[in-house]
Design a protein around this ligand. Structure first.
Ligand SMILES: Nc1nc2c(ncn2[C@@H]2O[C@H](COP(=O)(O)OP(=O)(O)OP(=O)(O)O)[C@@H](O)[C@H]2O)c(=O)[nH]1
Length: 202
């Protein structure tokens, strides 16, 4: 299984590339990578073509998987499918670079549930029946199915939500006290609202 830090977004609400923001002297992309690495996963970073140079300078070119601009999708799904097409046999553990509060113990729960040969194609959390697609496991066999749906124009919407609706999901309901770890930071306002312990520096 590969650990994938998704950092290829436009960061329009933040106004500056979220993955490169500083948190306790590390860039957000690295903070997420360390969480994945602590699960003993090799880690790569999913970025868009315009980010290639700057991310290579921080992380090394070999660490990056660049979005495939020929795919007719956008957003996180573009990152996920680009990673899948360049690593078609790998199951993926995705983590968005802006989920700074994610706890490793929660990610470990998904790893413990994961069985390479069971029937499930994805392992995710949900809160109040809202699924959390950007911290979760996606099996290669499920992503192959999504690519097939896309190629035959049968993926109704090009969103992670729609991806999940087409996969056999092992869904774990979060305890309410764990909801806060799924918060993500999209704007400078979001960052201001964090507790002193978790305040990322800009
Ligand atoms: N590789 C890749 N990752 C993406 C893409 N779009 C979004 N992501 C990642 O998916 C996660 C969720 O993205 P959003 O916060 O919804 O979008 P964003 O583009 O980062 O931010 P906004 O422009 O403010 O919407 C983040 O970790 C993004 O870096 C994309 O086109 N390619």
């Amino acid at each position: 299984m590969l650990g994938i830090v998704l950092c290829g977004g436009q960061s329009l609400r933040m106004g500056t590339d979220k993955g490169l923001l500083d948190h306790q002297n590390k860039i957000w992309a690295q903070v997420a990578a360390e969480k994945l690495a602590s699960l003993n996963l090799p880690v790569k970073f999913s970025v868009n073509p315009s980010q290639q140079e700057v991310y290579a300078a921080y992380l090394g070119k070999g660490q990056l998987i660049i979005d495939d601009t020929l795919l007719d999708v956008r957003g996180p799904l573009l990152g996920v499918l680009s990673v899948h097409l360049s690593n078609p046999e790998e199951d993926l553990f995705l983590l968005a670079c802006d989920m700074l509060l994610m706890e490793i113990r929660l990610m470990e729960k998904l790893i413990k549930l994961f069985k390479p040969d069971d029937n499930f194609e994805s392992y995710i959390f949900s809160q109040d029946s809202r699924q959390e697609p950007l911290c979760g496991i996606y099996k290669a066999k499920g992503l192959k199915k999504i690519v097939r749906l896309l190629q035959t124009n049968a993926l109704a919407r090009h969103s992670m939500k729609c991806v999940l609706s087409n996969l056999r999901i092992c869904e774990t309901t979060l305890e309410s006290q764990d909801y806060k770890y799924f918060g993500n930071f999209n704007s400078k306002e979001d960052i201001k609202g964090t507790s002193p312990d978790n305040t990322p520096k800009l």
